[in-house]
Design a protein around this ligand. Structure first.
Ligand SMILES: Nc1ncnc2c1ncn2[C@@H]1O[C@H](COP(=O)(O)OP(=O)(O)OP(=O)(O)O)[C@@H](O)[C@H]1O
Ligand SMILES: O=C(O)[C@@H](O)C(=O)CO
Length: 439
């Protein structure tokens, strides 16, 4: 018999757009999914989980102190288990963003303890976005992780592509490897390798994957595990395995959302390479306004007001863009003047205010670029949960927001900095117009 009343899978994601990425993969594979913003406080209105298969709790725990990340993740786990989830997924970045101290290893070990898991896999591979693992080494495209640009990341510089060694620095229990030639032999071989590693005292296994066939085989091998850890890629094999085991029903309409119509805006606070290209592409086609952080520092209300007036003037005619996205040298100038964190916080506050005011002025469909920027916008709009809909590109779905009070429905697409093709900003609205509608 297939269970129908409670979510089967509870997920804990260490950042915001990462949570959306995971939920999107689960929806594509036929699980009705919702993303909850932070751990709901006791007594707060709980999201409606009555027809939901997977719940993803979005934390901001990737770069906070280890003890705080453990505490938040454990609270998320307790809430998910109370909601009925029997399987747990810990989602981190496909570039394994972490430091020698954590937070991936320590959070995994805390969750293992709480769900009484023995060994769990670690698999950030996401071939659809060019992240693959070969003999434990993570590649971004053709480059090793530590030669991909990620070695310069301001918060989590990834200076070693050897995930067995890197994760081993963060964990108390040994880390083993299931190499790709074992993975290629299929689920039974993978399971046997994992069991052998557990038998020999390993607490973690990095699992190689080069393509989606590998990920589906891994999913089938670990479908009974209480805890799976990884990027969104490794989640794609789980739903089929659960359906085969009778734990999950068929969900042909998993991606359907209520129709949301109305003016469309794009807010971009990401300065990642992919977003720079997307902003340039959009500026050549639609009205666009650049936010100047230094002007924002001098007159925040004036600059926000000007941006809202600009959006409001143009949004009825089609998608319109406001961006702080700027080239690295211009970002450096701003950071030298204001400080890196202060500049970031100033721009994020501005986007939160712009989003709030432009929604008050009638905007109903918003695309937001950048993880931190998305967090600020979602907080600014008072969103408590996101129902996940169709995929725009691997890792980015449309969502419909649940908000406190009786606000009008809002469609939101939250894009990780480095995801999406050049035409993402306009293409996103085509996906929304073409989607199947939930009555
Ligand atoms: N022109 C600018 N000068 C200085 N800081 C900026 C500027 N534009 C944006 N920022 C800040 O840079 C940060 C960008 O982070 P964000 O997470 O939004 O994007 P990202 O890093 O590209 O996305 P992701 O985390 O999904 O990869 C934010 O704090 C934003 O406010
Ligand atoms: O896994 C990824 O690359 C993304 O979902 C992410 O976590 C971006 O911060």
């Amino acid at each position: 018999m297939t269970r129908t009343t409670m979510p089967l899978l509870g997920c804990i994601a260490d950042d915001f757009t990462g949570a959306t990425d995971l939920a999107s993969m689960l929806v594509r594979e036929g699980m009705r999914s919702i993303q909850v913003i932070g751990v709901p406080e006791p007594g707060a209105a709980a999201p409606d989980l009555s027809d939901i298969d997977a719940v993803v709790v979005a934390l901001k725990s990737r770069t906070i102190p280890v003890a705080d990340a453990i505490d938040q993740s454990r609270r998320a786990l307790a809430w998910l288990r109370q909601a009925g989830c029997e399987r747990v997924f810990f989602k981190y970045c496909s570039t394994f963003d972490s430091t020698p101290e954590g937070n991936i290893g320590p959070v995994t070990e805390a969750l293992q303890q709480d769900v009484s898991a023995g060994l769990s896999i670690a698999c950030p591979a996401f071939p659809e976005n060019n992240r693959t693992i070969v003999f434990g080494h993570l590649f971004v495209g053709h480059r090793l992780l530590n030669d991909s640009g990620m070695e310069h990341h301001p918060l989590t510089p990834m200076t070693d592509a050897d995930l067995v060694r890197w994760l081993g620095r963060q964990t108390t229990r040994p880390v083993g490897l299931v190499p790709w030639d074992t993975v290629a032999q299929g689920p039974d071989a993978i399971r046997a390798a994992l069991d052998a590693l557990a038998e020999s005292g390993h607490g973690h296994a990095v699992v190689d994957a080069l393509d989606n066939a590998h990920l589906r085989a891994i999913g089938a091998a670990v479908a009974s595990d209480a805890l799976v850890t990884g990027g969104s890629g490794v989640a794609i094999g789980l739903p089929d395995a659960w359906r085969a085991a009778g734990l999950l029903g068929k969900r042909p309409d998993a991606a359907a959302l209520p129709r949301v119509e109305g003016p469309a805006v794009v807010l971009s606070g990401s300065c990642s390479r992919a977003t720079l290209g997307q902003v340039a592409w959009m500026k050549a086609r639609r009205p666009a306004l650049a936010l100047d952080p230094l002007a924002l520092f001098d007159d925040p209300d004036g600059v926000v007001g000007h941006a809202v007036a600009f959006l409001t003037e143009h949004m009825a005619e089609g998608p319109v863009l406001v961006h702080a996205t700027a080239a690295p040298e211009s970002v450096r100038t701003v950071q030298d003047r204001l400080g890196r964190d202060e500049a970031g916080a100033l721009v994020e506050r501005a986007f939160a205010a712009i989003a709030r005011q432009v929604v008050e002025a009638g905007a109903r469909r918003l695309v937001v670029a950048g993880g931190e920027t998305s967090g600020a916008v979602v907080s600014g709009l008072g969103v408590s949960a996101l129902r996940i809909g169709p995929m725009i590109c691997p890792g980015v779905p449309w969502t419909v927001a649940e908000r406190a009070g009786d606000g009008p429905p809002l469609a939101l697409a939250l894009k990780s900095g480095n995801f999406g093709a050049e035409d993402f900003f306009l293409g996103a609205f085509d996906t929304l117009d073409a989607m199947e509608v939930r009555p």
